[in-house]
Design a binder for this molecule. Structure first.
Ligand code: 2RA
Length: 352
């Protein structure tokens, strides 16, 4: 029989895309339940043509559920994921809480689909959106050339901070619309925005970039920078991969971009990389720079998978490539990856 699926956190930005993805291949799934905080209970939401009433998150709400997509804050996932998993539900969790647990597989289906089957806690973790934008390209390049090192700088969209981040960006953009200053514009931006607009990014985002994503960690690193390093190592199965990352918030609504310098064990050329990437799942090669064809967040919105372009042989490093990757942080960075993982689980359950 078809697996029954729950979306936990159904009312959020990611929840709405999850509902669309389930509606797209509705025939694969049994009953769909939508769960959220008690505040949203009773609300009616659409999954395709179906209207489904949102239930408050409770242990009983998982009765009869086979697979649950969780999209909740870390501390709420920490509490509720084990409740669902103990009831036999296979949980695919998007929070950071379980990602580095050795008994929880961290799955990007383009890299390590086999890991869905080793889930002693009944939990599978979904990686961070920045990591997920990188992995399909890196997995393919690693298989062909042996990835040894990478240096990454990210350009992350406001929606990475959820609805609150997106709304703050639009509000800030409205406030600065009339400014015309040149030499004084930085001062003017701060003045029209006022202290209120330091939230949620810690500083104004409009007409600015903020080199801080996530919380501060030891040594001046941010949690986001450490996630890119630790999660990439785990998903790619490369515990010694050398990674250096700087994560930056930019005034973009949707779509996380990254400039990458990657070093390989074998010699690599742009032509060979193109050939590998053209055949890689989850990778769209968008690389005709002279005609202004390269990945940009504005074009990534709503697109599945990831886009890569500006692929260059590094001038001073013969075994290195420089390139630019972009992915819709809500799609491949969250909902799509969770959905692809659920499809793998469903295929496995069907064999039992
Ligand atoms: C961000 N990666 O962009 C985070 C969201 N999960 O803030």
């Amino acid at each position: 029989s078809k697996p029954n699926v729950a979306i936990v956190g159904a009312t959020g930005v990611v929840g709405s895309i999850m509902r669309n993805l389930l509606a797209e291949d509705r025939d694969r799934w049994g009953k769909i339940s939508l769960l959220a905080s008690p505040r949203s209970a009773g609300k009616e939401l659409k999954v395709g043509d179906e209207t489904i009433v949102v239930q408050a998150l409770s242990a009983e709400a998982f009765d009869g559920v086979d697979i649950a997509h969780f999209d909740l804050p870390d501390e709420v996932s920490a509490e509720w994921v084990p409740v669902a998993a103990a009831k036999g539900v296979v949980v695919i969790d998007k929070s950071a809480h379980f990602r580095m647990d050795p008994d929880v597989p961290l799955v990007c289906p383009e890299s390590n689909p086999q890991d869905v089957s080793h889930r002693p806690k009944n939990i599978i973790a979904n990686a961070n959106c920045t990591t997920l934008a990188l992995i399909p390209s890196l997995a393919a390049l690693n298989e062909a050339f042996g990835l040894k090192e990478m240096r990454v700088a990210s350009y992350q969209a406001a929606s990475g901070s959820g609805k609150e981040g997106l709304e703050a960006l639009y509000e800030q953009a409205g406030k600065v619309a009339g400014l015309t200053g040149l030499g004084t514009v930085g001062h003017e931006v701060r003045e029209v925005l006022g202290e209120d607009f330091n939230a949620p990014f810690g500083a104004p985002l409009v007409m600015n970039v903020v080199p801080k994503v996530g919380g501060w960690k030891d040594g001046g690193w941010t949690s986001e920078e450490l996630k890119v390093r630790n999660e990439s190592r785990k998903i790619l199965g490369l515990p010694d991969l050398a990674v250096s990352s700087t994560c930056v918030r930019v005034p973009v609504a949707i779509g996380h971009s990254q400039a990458v310098n990657a070093t390989f064990a074998k010699d690599v050329t742009v032509e060979a990389a193109h050939e590998v990437l053209r055949n890689a799942p989850g990778v769209d090669v968008v690389d005709d720079p002279e005609n202004m064809v390269f990945p940009m967040p504005i074009d990534s919105v709503g697109a599945k998978g990831t886009q890569i372009g500006r692929i260059r042989q590094s001038l001073d490093f013969p075994r290195s490539l420089d390139f630019f990757v972009v992915a819709d942080n809500i799609m491949k960075g969250a909902a799509e990856n969770s959905h692809q993982t659920a499809v793998l689980v469903a295929q496995e359950l069907a064999k039992k």
